[in-house]
Each structure stands twice: as structure tokens, then as C-alpha cells.
Design a protein around this ligand. Structure first.
Ligand code: PMP
Length: 334
């Protein structure tokens, strides 16, 4: 057998299963399906962006063995870059807001990244984690992955996530729902699906405290009231990956609804997910309720709950933040 038949871990990003969310499908009369992105090598949907960014940079001659990749990240892109980088011979330096779950920082260091937590600052502040990463790249001659404005991110979803969903649903997908961190997942996947069938609805599920709902609904980023504990999402500006994207629906999903979904899936269906997955699924349920029975709705199970044990799965933390893990699912989505 040719040695080319088998490949290392960096070639096994994507091709994730599409999982039926049973209880919510029964409640809504729609097929609510989640793409199991937590099964990627680095454990999240962001492995796709990391793979796409690294592969494009290699083609452009920007990466040579031993090159350092630097990124500002809420964690998952950093994990993806570090895992795929290890397999391809690159080092990683990660700039992360110190508000992110401590599990991610520990994990990144275990995986071999050099990690610098920085105070959480808005994008307009020069101390924002993205600007710190860009400056360090310029000063040291490192490669800045720039996931927010590097459209190799969106392209990875256009070339992989979209076609996978089209194949897996045999073209029966009615809507694709995703929240926005960089916007790569929603923009790339929905563009591909709409090219196959213009009737496929692109749906944004936004947490409170972010401006994407306002952007798609009102055409401005003025409304960003409220707050959310969901990590990796919650965008305040129109990134290059979001530019040109128009969606058919946008919903705001609150943390309690997302948490009730996360706990229902954990206790009844054996799915251990983080809060952005709950926001996504909350958006899928809202679309199902507006559409009525019979739709096939696909969303993203972004990452697993492992990284959030100290927060989302810690009763003391939940109580201190007014979140109730026992709030019943039918009331939460009712
Ligand atoms: N969920 C989690 C946990 C994430 O880390 C991210 C990316 N930061 C997203 C959702 C959003 O994905 P995207 O960047 O493609 O919008």
C-alpha cells in the first residue's frame, strides 16, 4: 500500500458527524442537527480556520519550518494553530484576554504554545489582544494569523463545512445557523449552501452584548446592550470575514436559554458542550419555531464543555452569576 494512503493529524480536520438533537427536534417538529466540531483534532470548529490559514500561508511562502505563528485568540484558534503547527513544524505564540476560562490557558501551554494573557480591552484600544499580536508579529518577523480579517478563515468553511453539510443532509438543509466570533463559519458555510440552493436560510445567533444582531437587523453596530459569558463569540465590528454577508434572520439568544440547552443535552443526550453551542442551538430552535414543523436546520457544536468546567459546570460560579442549570428546557425555549 502506498505510504500516501495514511495521513497525520493535520489532515484530519473536518468531516465531522452531523448529530440529531433529539429532544429539541421533537419539541419543534424540525430536524435540528449539530455538526460535531468538538471532534476535530484540537477540539473545536476553529481547527478549520487554523488549517485554512496555515495552508494558505504555506502556499504563499510565508511559513517555513521553524517559523513562529502568533495570534490573538479567545483560545480555540490558538489551540488549532498549535496542534496543526506542531504537526507541520511551527511554533506558536498566543495572546489571550485574561477573562477567558483558565482551562484554555493551561491547555495551550500544555500543547506547547507560549501564552501571554492580556487585560481585556475593546478593539479601539491599542492594548486589545489583536493589536498586541499584530505589533509583536511586526517587531519579531513572525507570521500573524489574523483570523478576524484573514479570509482564508471563511474560505475553509466555504470549501469544507458547506460541502460536508450539503452532502450529509443530501441537499435537504433548510437553514444554517451560527453565532459570530470572526464570522468565518457563518459567512463561508452559508455562501456555499446558498450557491447550491438559494433558498437555504443563513441565520445569525448572537449573544447579548454583541453588535451582530443589530448589524444584520438595523444596518449599524449601535446596539450591543446586555452581556454574555459565551467565549469565542460576541463581535462588535464588521470583520473582513463578515463583510458582504447578508443573513435571512438574526436572533439574540440569552445565556440562560443557552445554558438550559447545554444542560439538557448533557443530561439527556450525552453531549458535553460549551456555551456558544447553546447560543447556536437556541438560534436553531427560534428559526424552527418561526418556520413551523418540517425544516432541516443545521448548526455548529463549536467545542466541548471540558474547557469551561470551572465556570459553566461549577454550581458556585453559576449561582454567583444568576444562572440556573436546572431551569427546564421546555420553559427555556417555550
Ligand atoms: N464558538 C467558539 C467556542 C469559538 O471559539 C468560536 C471562534 N472564536 C466561535 C464559536 C465562532 O466561530 P467563528 O470565528 O467562525 O465565527
Amino acid at each position: 500500500m502506498s505510504p500516501k494512503t495514511y495521513h497525520g493529524i493535520d489532515h484530519h480536520v473536518g468531516n465531522t458527524p452531523l448529530i440529531r438533537l433529539n429532544r429539541l427536534s421533537e419539541i419543534t417538529g424540525c430536524e435540528i442537527l449539530g455538526k460535531a466540531e468538538f471532534m476535530n483534532p484540537g477540539g473545536s470548529v476553529k481547527d478549520r480556520a487554523a488549517y485554512g490559514i496555515i495552508t494558505q500561508a504555506e502556499k504563499q511562502g510565508l511559513l517555513k519550518p521553524g517559523t513562529t505563528i502568533i495570534e490573538g485568540t479567545a483560545g480555540n484558534t490558538g489551540i488549532g494553530l498549535t496542534v496543526i503547527g506542531a504537526a507541520r513544524g511551527y511554533k506558536t505564540v498566543i495572546i489571550i484576554p485574561e477573562t477567558q476560562a483558565p482551562e484554555k490557558i493551561t491547555l495551550l501551554r500544555t500543547l506547547g504554545a507560549e501564552v501571554y494573557p492580556v487585560p481585556a480591552k475593546p478593539y479601539s484600544d491599542p492594548g486589545n489582544y489583536n493589536h498586541v499580536a499584530r505589533r509583536l508579529a511586526e517587531e519579531n518577523g513572525w507570521f500573524w494569523a489574523n483570523q478576524f480579517d484573514n479570509t482564508a478563515n471563511r474560505d475553509a468553511h466555504y470549501h469544507n463545512t458547506g460541502p460536508e453539510i450539503w452532502r450529509q443532509t443530501k441537499g435537504e438543509v433548510t437553514a444554517f445557523v451560527a453565532s459570530i466570533g470572526t464570522g468565518g463559519t457563518l459567512a463561508g458555510t452559508s455562501q456555499y449552501l446558498k450557491e447550491q440552493n438559494a433558498k437555504v436560510a443563513a441565520v445569525c445567533a448572537d449573544p447579548y452584548g454583541a453588535a451582530m444582531w443589530s448589524w444584520f437587523t438595523n444596518g449599524n453596530t449601535d446596539i450591543d446592550d446586555g452581556d454574555s459569558f459565551a467565549e469565542g463569540i460576541g463581535q462588535m465590528r464588521v470583520t473582513k470575514n463578515v463583510e458582504g454577508l447578508s443573513v435571512d434572520k438574526a436572533y439574540r439568544i440569552d445565556d440562560q436559554t443557552a445554558l438550559s440547552i447545554v444542560y439538557q443535552l448533557l443530561h439527556e443526550e450525552g453531549l458535553f458542550l460549551g456555551l456558544s453551542s447553546g447560543i447556536n442551538i437556541g438560534g436553531a430552535v427560534r428559526f424552527a419555531q418561526e418556520h413551523g414543523p418540517g425544516a432541516t436546520i443545521v448548526t455548529i457544536l463549536c467545542d466541548s464543555g471540558h474547557k469551561y468546567q470551572s465556570k459553566l459546570f461549577n454550581k458556585v460560579w453559576l449561582k454567583a452569576n444568576d444562572l440556573d442549570p436546572d431551569f427546564p428546557i421546555d420553559k427555556a425555549v417555550g
